[in-house]
Design a protein around this ligand. Structure first.
Ligand code: HBI
Length: 352
């Protein structure tokens, strides 16, 4: 049995949705490690909501989203940084734990690693973003091999230390997702509405096949969203909004396919496994995480990146995919048990 200390992302409270995919990963991993008999404590910004486990609420100023930075942006820590305060706490209690698990994609946790005695596992949630962050991650990877976990090989390949990090995939609580065998005549797009997600390609494809597109997710780039609405005044799309897991899966399941159009290297692509869990085939650009999730012509289609005609071609063949196969893949590769089978051995290796 291990005593684990999970340090959440500093961009906002757990449960707010600001942290996006990493919130889902932390909560799913927490649930699975407790089910396996380990003790877990969470450290997160004040206002976090975590059911069934003790959560140390840390006050302080949230960290800015790293997506807003450029490659050469210097590291910025605000006055009364919540990230700094989280690590003050971790340093104070570290002897009570066998392993610290860091979920922040930030410079400070890596810089502090050699100053703590308890081993630290870093689970990183994006591909390479800035030079300063790459440099400090590389330093930790070299000094402490295999202490950095990534979700996919594609994400690992964006870093120079891809040969000494651990690919751990991701996973879902599949009992929350219901299989739907008879979809309505519509397509789905799920994700933060921001330029790196290239929603315009999905709208263009839906327009060409004249099938309504349902859009789910938080608008995190207002200007980008307004541009889309101006450029596609009469396209067949409907903005549905941002939903929690239970509501999202109920609406997503009724769609003929999920379109994934990432312009950047998506580290994983939680939406892909959420769709599969509902029996929804995935049509994705052959780029980043989704390219390692979708089984081409079995649970969806992988098309040439940035090719709208590729999306259209796949949409026209979507009925050839057996929806049951999609649910089956989620159960085989992305259940909480599969997630725990990838993380638990990694954690034991680090505490030896
Ligand atoms: N930005 N600075 C910073 N730190 C994070 O941990 C972070 C982020 N941006 C996005 C993010 N985490 C999560 O939404 C990941 O799931 C992408």
């Amino acid at each position: 049995m291990l005593k684990l200390l999970f340090l959440s992302t500093p961009v906002g409270p757990l449960g707010s949705g600001i942290g996006g995919g990493v919130e889902l990963t932390l909560l799913n991993l927490l649930q699975e490690m407790i089910r396996r008999g380990h003790e877990v404590k969470v450290v997160a910004p004040k206002g976090s909501v975590v059911t069934g486990v003790s959560c140390q609420q840390i006050s302080g100023t949230w960290q800015e989203m790293i997506q807003n930075n450029h490659r050469d942006t210097p590291i910025v820590l605000p006055e009364n940084s919540v990230l700094g305060n989280m690590w003050d706490y971790a340093k104070r209690v570290e002897t009570d734990y066998d392993l610290i698990v860091n979920f922040a994609f930030d410079w400070l946790p890596f810089y502090l690693t050699p100053f703590l005695d308890t081993p630290i596992a870093h689970l990183i949630s994006m591909g390479s973003m800035t030079d300063a962050l790459d440099e400090i991650m590389n330093r930790v990877a070299r000094k402490y091999p295999n202490t950095i976990g990534v979700h996919t090989n594609a994400q690992a390949k964006t870093f120079s230390f891809n040969d000494i990090c651990r690919v751990v995939g991701n996973g879902l609580n599949l009992s929350l997702y219901n299989y739907c065998d008879t979809p309505d005549h519509c397509l789905a797009w799920v994700g933060r509405i921001a330029s790196e997600k290239a929603l315009e390609d999905a709208i263009e494809a839906a327009t060409r096949v004249n099938i309504p597109l349902k859009i789910f997710g938080k608008v995190t780039d207002e200007e980008y969203w307004q541009t889309i609405r101006q450029n596609y005044p009469s396209a067949p799309y409907q903005y549905e909004g941002f939903f929690n897991t239970v509501e999202l899966q109920e609406k997503l399941g009724k769609c003929k396919a999920l379109l994934m159009t990432p312009r950047w290297v998506e580290a994983f692509g939680n939406a892909a496994i959420e769709a599969l869990a509902c029996g929804v085939p995935v049509i994705a650009y052959q780029r980043g995480g989704p390219a390692e999730i979708v089984q081409h012509e079995k649970t969806g289609f992988l098309v040439e990146p940035d090719s709208v005609s590729g999306l259209v071609e796949a949409i026209n063949k979507i009925d050839s995919i057996e929806r049951k196969q999609c649910r089956q893949q989620a159960e085989t590769d992305y259940s909480l048990k599969a997630l725990g089978d990838r993380f638990e051995p990694w954690f034991y290796e680090l505490v030896k």
